[in-house]
Design a protein around this ligand. Structure first.
Ligand SMILES: Cc1ncc(COP(=O)(O)O)c(C=O)c1O
Length: 394
């Protein structure tokens, strides 16, 4: 990887920023910023529609092909949205479920996904069941294998949740579900760009994600892989004009059978071009070799006196959440921020099933990416120990 692409930004005082909040949004590399700027400059100089026409090949073909390669899917099965939640909501509310259907979620489900599932339950009468975990927090795969049946119509698994670093075994789960009729959905918002994600290996029919996190794309980008059999099963109530023609006074015809039927036509050209640049960088060799960083971050937090790690599960990613009984998460975040270190305060009700069960209202989340270094983690460790010691003195 080019060193310029690995480099971190500066904070407001000209100090080198230590960005440990890629789980919120990653730092956009130079190539992404350049692609976006080129679009915006061209829009100002020549017009927005004209710019869209100029970049037609990137916007209508290349970005889909790149995304498809990154997730291991055919290009006609991917669609672009302005967030991961929008991608999820383009599919899940349209599932044709009924009172005899069961939906499985895990305790790591994202709150936004749950809201649409609760609404679906209230509308259709389907039942939602939470997959149990083993004492250490791993999903109980034996329970899944023993209880799966054709009554289960939809299974949602978050690959890596928003609130803690567990990596759920999505491929193993795919093998358990494969003989059954259920549609299998994977939320890859925190995993895409961080750990390998391949829909063919996972065996899912829906995979959603955001561009702004570990892919380092712009805000306002999201995507879905939607398998043809799932698309066919959806009750699609609207088609926008990029995929439909009103060719008489009384009717219309859908002209596209790809996953793009789920998109809306209007979008931010610069964001799509920026996502394409981020995917290009990812394809040019995102190193999934930063386990040393993952471990260093976790060991640093675990070794800080008085700090409690929130780290269920055997396999962990580069997201580490923690809290301190005497120090509010906000205060820790502010103290680190004063040292030029970005972490985030998370709220339990964004991963409500797990966090509520474990009494976590708020916590601090630190997350590393390949552009972080072991030296930065050392600096974070020193700043965290100082913040905790200062908190104990006050
Ligand atoms: C696991 C997970 N799923 C879904 C989302 C929603 O993504 P978006 O904000 O792009 O809708 C997030 C956001 O952080 C997330 O962490």
């Amino acid at each position: 990887m080019h060193s310029e692409e690995r480099r971190n930004g500066m904070d407001g005082t000209g100090r080198r920023l230590i960005h440990l909040n890629t789980a919120g949004a990653g730092l956009m590399p130079q190539t992404v910023r350049a692609a976006m700027t080129a679009c915006i400059e061209r829009e100002a100089a020549t017009g927005c529609y004209e710019t869209e026409e100029f970049f037609d090949d990137v916007l209508q073909r290349e970005v889909y092909q790149r995304l498809a390669r990154v997730v291991g899917a055919p290009a006609e099965d991917v669609a672009l949205f302005d967030s991961a939640t929008r991608a999820w909501c383009a599919v899940v509310p349209r599932l044709g479920l009924g009172p005899s259907d069961t939906v499985w979620v895990t305790p790591y489900e994202y709150a936004g996904n749950l809201i649409s599932l609760f609404a679906l339950r209230d509308r259709t009468g389907c039942r939602i069941e939470v997959v149990p975990t083993l004492p250490g927090g791993d999903l109980d795969l034996d329970w899944m294998a023993a209880n799966i049946s054709d009554q289960v119509a939809f299974v949602s698994v978050t690959h890596i949740p928003s609130g803690c670093g567990i990596v759920n075994p999505v491929e193993e789960i795919g093998r358990i579900l494969a003989p059954y009729r259920c549609f299998y959905a994977v939320d890859a918002c925190q995993s895409i760009g961080q750990v390998p994600v391949d829909v063919a290996r996972i065996g899912c029919q829906l995979l959603t994600g955001a561009g702004r996190k570990f892919l380092r794309g712009p805000r306002g980008t999201g995507f879905a892989y939607v398998a043809p059999e799932l698309r066919q099963a959806l009750a699609t109530d609207f088609h926008d004009l990029h995929v439909a023609h009103v060719d008489s006074a009384t009717g219309y015809r859908v002209t596209d059978t790809s996953a793009r039927v789920l998109e809306l036509a209007e979008r931010t050209t610069a964001a799509v071009a920026g996502l394409n640049a981020a995917l290009t960088l990812h394809e040019s060799g995102t190193p999934f070799d930063h386990k040393e960083l993952f471990q260093a971050l976790r060991a640093t937090v675990a070794g800080t006196p008085g700090v409690e790690l929130i780290a269920p599960g055997e396999v962990q990613s580069g997201i580490v959440s923690f809290r301190h009984p005497g120090l509010p998460a906000d205060r820790i975040r502010r103290a680190l921020g004063e040292q030029g270190i970005n972490v985030w305060k998370i709220v339990g009700n964004h991963t409500p099933l797990y966090m509520a069960q474990h009494g976590v209202d708020t916590a601090v989340r630190a997350s590393v990416h390949y552009y972080n270094t072991l030296e930065e983690i050392d600096a974070f460790g020193r700043a965290l120990r100082e913040a905790v010691a200062a908190g104990a003195r006050s």
